[in-house]
Design a protein around this ligand. Structure first.
Ligand code: VGL
Ligand code: ZN
Length: 196
């Protein structure tokens, strides 16, 4: 892919949202094409890792009795229960040996789509002097949308990696609408990978 170097620009981080088995085809909340973006994400990981730039993995990390599950009045099938296979990262994702992981929505009574919601992500990025985030992962219309919206509100410059996201599409077109929302909120829509 093209050079992803900041080249004197803002210090940046790659945020990989919820690339977990349950959000990939075969998982309990499988997103169509969720597995097809792994190769693009790996290209971004390589580019950031080579330049020693910060990489964050978020994960949905629910207790077994989480409020977002249908049986508890929520809208989703049970998914991403902490410590289960479904909550593990996709096996082909190139997770570095000592990854920085943000777990979210890890208490029964509260859901959290954004990686910034009730986590240390913002304070950590600010401590590192990071001003720009590149966001990819799952799902475009839920956790990617929320993470991007929060990042913009928190003052980060945001690049949306639209070759490395996929949508739940509860209603047809939700993913496209989410992309429009993120762009009108100030995210820059880019695609840099070679399609393999
Ligand atoms: C997500 C639905 C429920 C996501 C998380 O990661 O987009 N979607 N929980
Ligand atoms: Zn969830």
């Amino acid at each position: 892919m093209n050079n992803c170097c900041s080249c004197g620009g803002a210090k940046k981080a790659l945020i990989i949202v919820d690339m977990q088995n349950d959000f990939c085809p075969g998982g309990s909340l499988g997103v169509r094409g969720g597995d097809k973006i792994v190769s693009a994400i790996n290209q971004y990981i390589k580019c950031f890792a080579e330049k020693d730039e910060f990489i964050v993995f978020t994960r949905d990390w629910h207790p077994a009795n989480h409020c977002s599950f249908k049986e508890n009045g929520g809208m989703w099938p049970p998914h991403c229960v902490a410590e289960t296979k479904g909550a593990e990262f996709h096996a082909d994702l190139h997770v570095p040996s000592n990854p920085f992981i943000i777990s979210k929505a890890d208490t029964a009574s509260k859901d959290a789509y954004s990686g910034f919601d009730s986590t240390l992500l913002d304070s950590h990025l600010k401590t590192l002097g990071i001003e720009e985030v590149w966001v990819c992962g799952l799902a475009t219309d839920y956790c990617v949308l929320s993470t991007v919206t929060d990042a913009l509100e928190l003052g980060y410059k945001v690049k949306l990696l639209s070759d490395a996201i996929a949508a739940v599409d509860v209603n047809a077109g939700d993913g496209e609408k989410a992309i429009e929302k993120m762009v009108s909120a100030g995210a820059e829509n880019i695609r840099m990978t070679s399609q393999t």
